[in-house]
Design a protein around this ligand. Structure first.
Ligand SMILES: NC(=O)c1ccc[n+]([C@@H]2O[C@H](COP(=O)([O-])OP(=O)(O)OC[C@H]3O[C@@H](n4cnc5c(N)ncnc54)[C@H](OP(=O)(O)O)[C@@H]3O)[C@@H](O)[C@H]2O)c1
Length: 233
């Protein structure tokens, strides 16, 4: 969907890093949920990335209103990719509790990861708790709400108190909650800032203050997974 697989391939080649020192995630695009299409799309992903395996492969959206709602059939195709070693681990993205429960009932492999929208304005608690209880790691997309939470007075006050930037406070909050974070930045100085999270801690009360910003559904920046049905052309 992001049309970035060739760019990732070229970036890794230019970096000089060994393949084993890089963790590559890709996702199944929404137009390819039918199992044969998923198989072809996965072959194409590996070809475009110039690698014989990815470290993690995700179903991007459950699309419960498309494909007869048969995301378990799509998941079974991903189980094949893991079994043949071409996907070291497999997971999902934007799956709600009912979607995860169906996979548990109808399929064999528990997703390693569920990548969901999660930031201080959308705690997504039900999905997060289900993951914690069932061994599914939660990966937070838009972890700083695309910058939208950085001016919040609760965040800026904690940042001033700790002498850190608002982005560092929010990313550290995720880390302390056990979330995987992958903030996007095209700005090298911000990339460095967003990695500098491991030489400080939040203070008592900070976690609760940040969690108190939750706006529930009103805090969502992206589509609701229960109705999301966009298939890119
Ligand atoms: N699974 C899904 O359905 C899904 C949906 C949406 C997004 N995602 C993924 O989630 C990842 C991150 O999400 P996102 O890009 O939507 O939002 P995000 O990481 O929360 O925010 C990115 C925005 O914040 C800015 N930014 C980054 N670091 C900053 C800092 N330290 N200080 C101030 N501003 C900063 C970036 O600007 P600059 O780039 O200009 O520095 C960019 O505009 C992406 O890789 C995306 O692919 C997944």
């Amino acid at each position: 969907m992001y049309r970035n697989e060739a760019g990732v391939r070229d970036g890794i080649a230019a970096s000089g890093l060994d393949r084993d020192d890089v963790f590559i995630t890709s996702k199944l695009n929404n137009g390819y949920h039918a199992p044969d299409d998923a198989r072809r799309a996965f072959d194409e992903t590996l070809r475009a990335l110039g690698t014989d395996h990815v470290d993690l492969f995700l179903i991007h959206w459950p699309l419960p209103t498309l494909y007869d709602g048969d995301y378990p059939a799509t998941w079974k195709a991903l189980e094949e990719f893991q079994a043949d070693g071409r996907a070291r681990s497999i997971g999902v993205s934007n799956f709600e509790v009912d979607h995860l429960e169906r996979l548990a009932a109808e399929c064999d492999v528990v997703p390693a990861v569920n990548q969901i929208e999660l930031h201080p304005y959308l705690l997504n608690d039900a999905v997060h708790s289900y993951g914690r209880e069932h061994g599914i790691a939660t990966e937070a997309w838009s972890p700083i709400a695309q910058g939208g939470v950085l001016g919040d007075p609760v965040i800026t006050e904690i940042a001033e108190k700790l002498d850190r930037t608002p982005a560092q406070v929010v990313l550290r909050w995720h880390i302390e909650r056990g979330n995987i974070v992958f903030p996007k930045s095209a700005t090298p100085a911000r990339m460095e800032e967003n990695f500098a999270l491991f030489d400080f801690e939040l203070e008592p009360g900070d976690d609760a203050a940040i969690a108190g910003l939750d706006r529930g559904e009103d805090g969502r920046t992206g589509p609701n997974p229960g109705v999301m049905d966009h298939v890119p052309s």
